[in-house]
Design a protein around this ligand. Sequence first.
Ligand SMILES: Nc1ncnc2c1ncn2[C@@H]1O[C@H](COP(=O)(O)OP(=O)(O)O)[C@@H](O)[C@H]1O
Ligand SMILES: [Mg+2]
Length: 390
Amino acid sequence: MRRRTSPASTSRSASQGPGSSVLPDPDENTRRRRSDRAGGVLVFCQDDGVEEVGRYVVLNRIGVGAHAAVYRAEDPVLDQLVALKVLAAHVAFDPDGRERFIKEARVMRRIASPRTAAVHDVAQLPDGRPYLVLELAERGTLADRVEAVETGGTPLTTDDVRAVASALGSALAAIHDRGVVHRDIKPSNILVRPAPDGHPPDGFPGGRLLRDDDFLVLTDFGLAKALESTRLVTAAVGTPAYMAPEQAAVGAPIDGRADIFAASAVVAELLELTEGPRDARVHAVLGRGMSRDREQRQPDARTWSEELVGALDSIRATVTIPSRATQHAAPARPASPVPDAQPAGFAGQPEVVVVRGGVPGGPVLVAVLVAALIVVAVVILVLLDTTGGA
Ligand SMILES: Nc1ncnc2c1ncn2[C@@H]1O[C@H](COP(=O)(O)OP(=O)(O)O)[C@@H](O)[C@H]1O
Ligand SMILES: [Mg+2]
């Protein structure tokens, strides 16, 4: 592999000191080097000649988000693959952006759950951009899986949806129990990796979304807040399609129920990929989860997932869902914080209720039979009347 001269490692442990002292501002040389590049952006992959960062050998880029690019890399010392999350240049040189990035690493370390990607280190590129060294989730994201299902055109089953609902419930409970609200739950922030030892996998054998040993993990804690400091929220942040209404209001208190809203939106999106009419009970649970008023939502993630899994388990009928083209023409949810309609996530969607235990088409059949009986009865009465009158 072609390699650039290895830069001196600027890696430091996240535990070495608070705030910006962990990652000092770039020095003059770094500033000059940065300004030599077009737009001040030193792109970070093989094609740009940067293949080695600290002790990590960059293999390929695996994701780009709003604030960072993420690379698959090899740690030759520990002989393992890792993910390097490099803060984007447009935020990397803003003190607040850098501070938020360090906080993200600290929050992830504080949670330290199998349901979050582990943080190995926080360090700095020679050009001054900070990066996190994360456990690599080698199976992509839930967003990738959804895209594959949409492209493949095979509908999901309620078991697929149930697996995600259950895993998301566990993941949210894990972070909420540790006093953290994520505030940006969405498919691209949900990673897939093999189930760790001692943990039951999330997938079902034969599942269409998750493989039988897949395990969902949360990442991107860039917007996460400690529960005790959520009254200090100073900016409206989140991803509009999944964002709880209270996240749009500056200064509004936030708690775990904001994540319940977003998780409900994720599950509602998956339900769109199943077949058949909507189940009233599942619809009601998701509607509650996406209530505008958080007091109306499930009080915690465990309750949310128990209700949802219970409702999904009770479905025995299958259902039809809009085709991909229809979904694109009419998105499942509004693209901005949901207006007054409640339940928020289902505004504008037809509500079709499954009749459990009935024969398909049963109600229509009964109506036809009743109508036929009435007609026969009327004919007999008329005939009797005619005969009696004769
Ligand atoms: N630990 C990881 N393992 C594998 N892929 C990851 C990992 N972290 C992030 N990614 C990929 O990079 C993308 C962007 O990462 P994310 O942390 O969400 O950054 P941003 O804050 O910019 O949204 C994710 O959607 C995912 O595709
Ligand atoms: Mg993200």
